[in-house]
Design a protein around this ligand. Structure first.
Ligand code: ATP
Length: 239
């Protein structure tokens, strides 16, 4: 495996009496796509929220590119290169497409560089360019997902964390989304992909972790997990 960029060790997240993430140790190496799989309530979103800095872990450590970010705020994590594309996209529907993209660069000082990066996003997603001055609410679910990814790209991430990006998308858009993730990865972005679409996630990931009730119960090469009978029974058959 390549050198670890992201490394969590024995990470715990608790909400009152609910222990959502239990002792999770995982790594994402430079240039890797790593999938985190698991059923509803397995703790996937809680793990990402801890990585984003939205919840404070009750135990364990988070390191990114050699720095301990366990107690860092969200802005510091973004500046270090960790960007989350949240579940449900969470774009600002009352703002225009362009304003949404600008939000992705709010921590950057060089606004002309931000404009240049937005231009690159428009080149990548012509549908967004055509709708740049329209309210984001006019976008289809797939286009909103592209906008959420585009907005994250404006933050110039090194690691993009995606929380169930395929949720609610048509099969055509799911295909497009997974090709986009592969394309971004080919351009050097490391990816932490939380998905319920186990089949497709394992197709593009190099490694994967399976979470059950907050714990990692299986981990390994994506190809091995795809061939794992227990995993197939628990998840793959359900699709
Ligand atoms: P989903 O696919 O439904 O998003 P998930 O794998 O992302 O599920 P989490 O959302 O992380 O799982 O939830 C893990 C556990 O933590 C669940 O039991 C959930 O009810 C609980 N939980 C999540 N967020 C909170 C919260 N803000 N307060 C209390 N409990 C929470």
């Amino acid at each position: 495996m390549s050198e670890a960029w992201l490394e969590t060790e024995a990470l715990d997240v608790t909400y009152g009496r609910t222990h959502a993430v239990r002792g999770v140790s995982l790594t994402v190496g430079e240039g890797e796509i790593v999938a985190v799989l698991g059923a509803n309530g397995a703790g996937k979103t809680s793990l990402l929220r801890a990585l984003q800095g939205a919840v404070k872990p009750s135990g364990g450590t988070i390191r990114f590119m050699g720095r301990d970010l366990t107690n860092a705020g969200s802005a510091e994590r973004v500046r270090s290169g960790m960007m989350l594309v949240p579940e449900g996209r969470q774009i600002f529907v009352s703002m225009t497409v362009h304003e949404n993209l600008l939000m992705g660069g709010h921590l950057r000082r060089d606004q002309s560089a931000v404009e240049k990066d937005i231009k690159a996003v428009y080149e990548r997603f012509p549908n967004l360019a055509e709708r740049r001055d329209m309210k984001a609410t006019v976008l289809s679910g797939g286009e909103q997902q592209m906008l959420a990814v585009g907005r994250a790209l404006i933050g110039r991430p090194k690691l993009m964390m995606l929380d169930e990006p395929s949720l609610g998308l048509s099969p055509l858009f799911v295909e497009k989304l997974f090709s986009l993730i592969q394309e971004l990865n080919g351009e050097g972005l490391s990816i932490l992909l939380v998905e319920q679409n186990t089949h497709m996630a394992l197709e593009i990931a190099s490694r994967a972790y399976v979470l059950e009730l907050g714990r990692v119960t299986l981990q390994g090469a994506a190809a091995d997990l795809a061939a794992d009978a227990a995993l197939a029974e628990a998840y793959l058959g359900a699709e």
